[in-house]
Design a protein around this ligand. Structure first.
Ligand code: CA
Ligand code: CA
Ligand code: CA
Ligand code: CA
Ligand code: ZN
Length: 681
């Protein structure tokens, strides 16, 4: 089952260039939260059997006694570009949700399904009861969203999930995912849905979409599975999506096909590609079935009971009689970490509501001490706790927010001097100042003595093979370092070994560094997929059997040369792949004879290498533009290759090259990226 689901996801991802595709992260979420979803499933089934999904709970003046209204808050996490979508585009998505869930006559949602009696309302009152347009905007690098960062989105902006459906609109999502959702019964800090801006709504940046990505994701939020969940199964009610009146489907359907992929249904009918819970094109989707309606209503009765109660509808301004005037501005801001070290800079992110037009900040103890920009970066040069005040203004007036004793500035410990090395030979683990961050308390880094290590008799290992908490990150955190007493160019080098358990998915290895006591982290090195592997794909535990399979990470740390407390961490993000090993960590001078090409290959990945002249080329850097040059070992440029604007992965055909060593390079600004490769026929 697990392997099947992964293959489906990858199939999905591989088609990312085609139009109208609707990749959804739910299958992966489902695997990662299996116990929680099984519990939720029992509760939904119990409600379906014992409860009355249609009993009147809403207010007497409501014309449809079964109607349940869901107040919605939309958090737009953006970088100031077009992904900071308009209020009108947000409203277009709310309109699509109501057309689809209410089966409004004459709209795209008026297909062969049912009116689910579920309606969506952009909140008109915030959690404190203040007038709002239901939209929060935050300018943050988290706009480029990686699914393992889902709880960090909620640190930026989050409204009580028992009273509001939290929807996050982001610029990009890792992989080719367009959106994903939590399932009923999950932890509050993961509750809600995340959707790419260009698939949110049907106007503005999403004018090529019909807004059905969000309809689909909210289906999951209401306890619905994909129509292809579990394949054909053997029972139309007890297997698959646990909905009797949706025909089973063996695989996700793409496009708008006429297909009958399972014949266990009686009568045996075609797959329901019009169902919102398949992957078919937006323009073929037009229905939820009655069985799906009953499940969704049961989820609202059992898990999401408060959100649609009349008292909450009133308190969020979603009662039909409530009219919102132009709202006064609500001053609000967020920082990622208010506990900083002396001399550090901290960025304040405005999230004032209701279209603020100007700002006046006051930073006790900060430099500068005032600012009029939306997202000021402030330096603190004295130890202490300090107040922050924001006065925001819009057309209706001003509002101020004061947080006393908010910023806490401490003296950083001075890190240890370079050089530093760790070979994991001590039987104590972790050792030598290293600490482990293991947020889920589960599988994490351990000491391994079985593999043939790069050096000595042991290394650090993390077992991804048995780790089912997909997306979870585990870090080896090195002690703080003082770079200021080191002369020469400092390098972080280490060796790693890794194999996949399935060629279609991979764990990730990320090196991050912080020079501000952990307030912000820069990504120095990233490997996944073919660029991470050192051994053959295998479903048994990967055990390196040679010291020569280990690959090198060589990371130039010169930008940290003036900092006295630099924290470095090596992070494993698990995808249920296979063992990742780390050995021979060195921080200091780049040892003679160490192959330095890995340093650049984080931007340019080429495989297989060596090769007979046919390579796959992957570019891991958006900024690489224009041309790549193929250079021989004497430095002569042999070819120039134009980089495709659309694809970051392309075939590279160089059959005319003789056996030997070559380089592929690209110049961007003052940086030169070089990757060495070998032709061997
Ligand atoms: Ca079904
Ligand atoms: Ca069938
Ligand atoms: Ca070792
Ligand atoms: Ca862990
Ligand atoms: Zn889905």
């Amino acid at each position: 089952m697990k392997k099947l689901l992964f293959l489906l996801i990858v199939f999905n991802a591989g088609l990312s260039q085609s139009q109208n595709l609707n990749p959804c992260y739910f299958d992966r979420y489902q695997q990662a939260h299996k116990e929680q979803i099984d519990l939720a499933e029992q509760k939904i089934k119990h409600q379906l059997i014992s409860g009355d999904q249609n009993k009147q709970i809403n207010s007497p003046q409501n014309h449809n006694p079964n109607l349940k209204i869901i107040p919605v808050v939309v958090h737009i996490i953006h970088l100031g570009g077009t992904e900071n979508i308009s209020d009108a585009q947000v409203q277009s998505q709310i309109d699509v949700l109501n057309e689809d869930f209410r089966k409004i006559a004459g709209t795209n949602g008026d297909g062969n399904g049912v009116d689910t009696d579920i309606e969506y309302c952009l909140a008109k009152k915030d959690p404190q009861g203040r007038c709002t347009n239901g939209i929060v905007r935050v300018n943050s690098s988290l706009a480029n969203h990686q699914t393992y960062q889902r709880t960090q989105l909620k640190q930026l902006s989050y409204w009580d999930n028992t009273r509001y459906l939290n929807i996050y609109v982001v610029k990009t999502i890792s992989g080719s995912t367009l959106g994903y959702s939590s399932f009923p019964g999950g932890p509050p800090d993961e509750d809600g849905i995340v959707v790419r801006h260009d698939y949110f709504g049907k106007t503005g940046t999403a004018s090529a979409s019909l807004g059905r990505t969000t309809t689909h994701e909210i289906g999951h939020w209401l306890g619905l599975y994909h129509t292809f969940n579990g394949g054909c199964g053997i029972d139309t009610c007890l297997d698959g999506d646990y909905v009797c009146d949706t025909p089973p489907a063996v695989n996700p359907n793409f496009g708008c096909p006429t297909i009958n992929s399972c014949s266990i249904d009686v009568p045996d009918v075609n797959d329901q590609i019009a169902n919102y819970m398949d992957y078919s094109n937006d323009n073929c989707k037009s229905m939820f079935s009655n069985g799906q309606k009953q499940r969704a209503q049961a989820s609202l009765m059992s898990f999401r009971f408060d959100i649609w109660q009349q008292w909450n509808i009133d308190s969020t301004g979603c009662d039909s009689g409530f009219v919102n005037g132009p709202c006064n501005v609500i001053a609000d801001f967020v920082t990622l970490n208010p506990n900083i070290c002396i001399g550090n800079q901290i960025t304040f992110y405005d999230k004032s509501q209701n279209n603020p037009t100007s700002y006046l900040w006051d930073f006790q103890g900060g430099t500068p001490s005032t600012s009029a920009v939306a997202n000021p970066a402030i330096t603190y040069t004295a130890v202490g706790t300090f107040q922050v005040k924001l006065i925001a203004t819009n057309a209706q007036g001003t509002d101020s927010l004061i947080w006393s004793n908010y910023i806490n500035v401490t003296t950083p410990p001075i890190g240890q001097a370079l050089p530093y090395s760790e070979n994991f030979e001590s039987t104590t683990f972790p050792t030598n100042g290293i600490t482990i961050d293991n947020p889920d308390g589960g599988i994490t880094w351990e000491r391994d003595t079985i593999a043939l290590h790069y050096s000595g008799a042991a290394s650090a290992k993390i077992n991804n093979l048995i780790n089912t908490n997909y997306g979870q990150s585990d870090a080896l955190i090195l002690p703080g370092f003082d770079f200021t007493t080191f002369t020469g160019i400092p390098y972080l080098t280490y060796k790693w070994a890794y194999a996949r358990s399935d060629a279609n998915y991979s764990d990730e290895m990320i090196v991050l560094a912080s020079k501000d006591c952990g307030v912000t982290w820069a990504q120095l090195f990233y490997r996944t997929g073919a660029a991470l592997v050192t051994g053959p794909t295998q479903i048994t535990p990967y055990i390196p059997d040679s010291t020569t399979v280990w690959k090198s990470a060589n990371i130039n740390m010169n930008t940290y040369a003036t900092f006295q407390n630099v924290i470095i961490k090596i992070v494993n993000v698990t995808d249920g792949g296979n063992n990742l090993y780390i050995d021979f960590i060195n921080l200091g001078t780049l040892a003679a004879g160490i192959d330095n090409t890995e340093n650049e290959s984080e931007k340019i990945i080429l495989y297989p290498n060596p090769s007979n002249g046919i390579f796959t080329l992957e570019l891991n850097e958006e900024k690489l533009k224009g041309e790549l040059e193929i250079v021989n070992s004497l430095g002569f440029v042999l070819f120039k290759i134009k980089i495709s604007e659309q694809e970051n992965k392309q075939q590279l055909l160089l059959p005319s090259l003789e056996n030997g060593i070559y380089f592929i390079r690209n110049t961007f600004g003052d940086k030169l990226f070089v990757k060495r490769f070998v032709i061997l026929k």
